[in-house]
Ligand binder design. Structure first.
Ligand code: GLN
Length: 543
């Protein structure tokens, strides 16, 4: 009771779990619902709880887990945080993502300090209490806190999270806590039927853990008939209007909020928690989606990297192109090209049809020579080039080798010689542990007037997110600049080169930071918008 009195707002909690199988799009569903509640005038945040033991995904190979998303406050997080930010349109923090690893780490560290002296430390209550502490950390600050639980119901790892969910439901009461369960209703071709049994089983499993779903989102290829919805409602103990079919969207994930609104999802939720509906304002979003669905133009852009077998490794970059494409009335067809397949001899034949080339972030030497060959081709043929993080560093190496005539130019990440035009940052030299120790999060950057990037941003002071250990070596800045490279963005004290560009080229920009992490639906990111515009110009000039 005492704690309740301190609330400035009665926060409503919405849990989102997944059943039957993974990859059903819980992240997009959570982001879409969050967006709709926000557009009905509510203050919303979204949290993700990941059941794996890694403290964060920072040391995981992107081919396993997709891109590592970085927040302003420097947390390396799950890529679902990217969906949340892109849909909500504002920044989240490290508190929005927790892993089982972080939870156990915290409890075990406390145990070692003697915090639990005399007690046996157990999953219930010690682990579950720590999970609950994290789930309710924003209590009173928001009208709605959406909590997505990673994995699929029934996974061993996710049990403590479901137990925390159950307890929060009990403690705060049904008026304040709703459970949404996302399931799958497969279409069996041979029978010509949609099957509800997997959904029934998944809900049964959830109920074994003491959680009764209030809303079922049924992912399906075909619309559910009224009879099927009635059947699911009856067998799963959910109100009929709360069984919602989520039919695959064909054009873009940004249609999902509109589909949810069409099914009245956020209305159903507001009714259940007894809050006024308010007006729903999604006109700008609709325009944004219309332009994605019927673009006037089309361009072809390549993302060159070494994680190209799994497109989620470049999730935010791909989404940033969707945003920038819509703003330019243009579909950006993306080709993912494995850097190891490119060399000096085949670069022209592989890349000449492209309207833009992007070399993405990465770690380690594999594929670097292919990236450098691609950049040389982009530089000499006038194809717009966008280098992000390692892509910027490779741009500097290419320029040093081929323009400044330093054939041995390299990065300290690959080789130690006298020509490390990219080298380890001073404060990274003493770093021994790999987890969470890079230069991470948002840092200010000052742009040079009369440059391409200054024009793109339309302002002098920007802030962008970082994730790197290496930087442009200032020993070589002068020779690079004498040969025509412009350092068009630096840290406020001028010591760190954040952006390089080539003024003699139609569009050649390399950035040490990750602009893709700040690109949002509807508004996009200035650099992606400018790059797509340049690529479109090239395409139009060709035809
Ligand atoms: N490997 C490079 C560094 O650590 C680039 C990192 C990146 O592309 N995110 O500086």
């Amino acid at each position: 009771m005492k704690k309740e009195a301190a609330y400035s707002k009665q926060t409503k909690y919405i849990f989102i779990t997944g059943g039957v199988l993974s990859s059903l799009g819980k992240g997009i569903a959570s982001a879409s619902l969050g967006y709709l509640l926000k557009q009905r005038g509510y203050k919303v945040t979204i949290m993700k709880f990941d059941p794996y033991i890694n403290v964060d995904p920072g040391t995981m190979n992107p081919l396993q887990h997709g891109e590592v998303y970085v927040t302003d406050d420097g947390a390396e997080t799950d890529l679902d945080l990217g969906h949340y930010e892109r849909f909500l349109g504002y920044s989240l923090s490290k508190k929005n993502n927790s892993t089982a690893g972080q939870v156990y780490f915290e409890v075990i560290t406390k145990e070692r300090k003697g915090h639990y002296l005399g007690k046996t430390v157990q999953v219930v209550p010690h682990i579950t209490n720590e999970i609950k502490r994290r789930m309710t950390i924003f209590d009173g600050e928001y009208d709605f806190i959406l909590i997505e639980i990673g994995g699929t119901v029934g996974d061993i790892e996710s049990l403590p999270f479901l137990e925390a969910q159950r307890q929060i439901g009990l403690e705060r009461g049904h008026a304040n806590v709703l459970n949404i369960h996302l399931t799958y209703v497969p279409y069996i071709k041979a029978a010509g039927e949609l099957k509800t049994k997997p959904t029934q089983h998944s809900v049964k499993l959830l109920m074994e853990f003491g959680i009764r779903p209030d809303v079922l989102l049924c992912r399906t290829e075909h619309k559910l008939t009224k009879e099927l919805r009635q059947k699911i409602a009856l067998f799963c103990n959910v109100e009929e209007n709360s069984v919602i079919d989520v039919v695959d969207v064909d054009a873009t994930i940004y249609e999902v909020p509109m589909m949810f609104a069409g099914r009245e999802l956020e209305k159903i939720i507001l009714n259940k928690v007894g809050l006024p509906l308010n007006e729903l304002d999604i006109s700008a979003w609709k325009k944004f989606v219309d332009k994605i669905k019927s673009p006037k133009y089309e361009i072809k852009v390549a993302i060159i990297g070494k994680y190209t077998k799994y497109s989620d490794s470049y999730k935010s970059i791909i989404e940033a192109f969707v945003h920038a494409g819509s703003i330019n009335n243009c579909k950006v067809a993306i080709e993912l090209i494995d850097a190891e397949e490119i060399n000096k001899d085949n670069a022209a034949s592989l890349l000449s049809e492209l309207d833009g080339i992007l070399v993405g972030p990465g770690f380690g030497q594999r594929g670097v020579e292919g990236k450098i060959a691609s950049i040389e081709y982009a530089r000499t043929s006038g194809i717009p080039y966008f280098g992000i993080c390692l892509g910027m560093q490779c741009g500097v190496i290419e320029f040093a080798r081929n323009v400044c005539k330093m054939p041995e130019a390299t990065s300290g990440e690959f080789e130690a010689n006298d020509y490390c035009v990219i080298d380890i940052m001073e404060d990274q030299k003493s770093v021994k542990e790999k987890g969470g120790t890079m230069r991470l999060g948002a840092y200010p950057c000052v742009l040079k007037k009369d440059t391409l990037v200054f024009k793109a941003y339309g302002e002098e002071n920007i802030s962008e997110r970082h994730r790197h250990r290496y930087e442009l070596n200032n020993k070589f800045r002068e020779v690079l600049e004498q040969n025509g490279m412009v350092v068009s963005g630096t840290s406020p004290d001028g010591s760190l080169a954040e952006i390089m560009e080539l003024p003699d080229h139609p569009w050649f920009v390399g950035v040490q930071f990750h602009p893709e992490l700040k690109s949002r639906a509807v508004t996009g990111h200035p650099l992606f918008i400018s790059f797509v515009k340049a690529a479109l110009k090239r395409r139009n000039e060709k035809s």
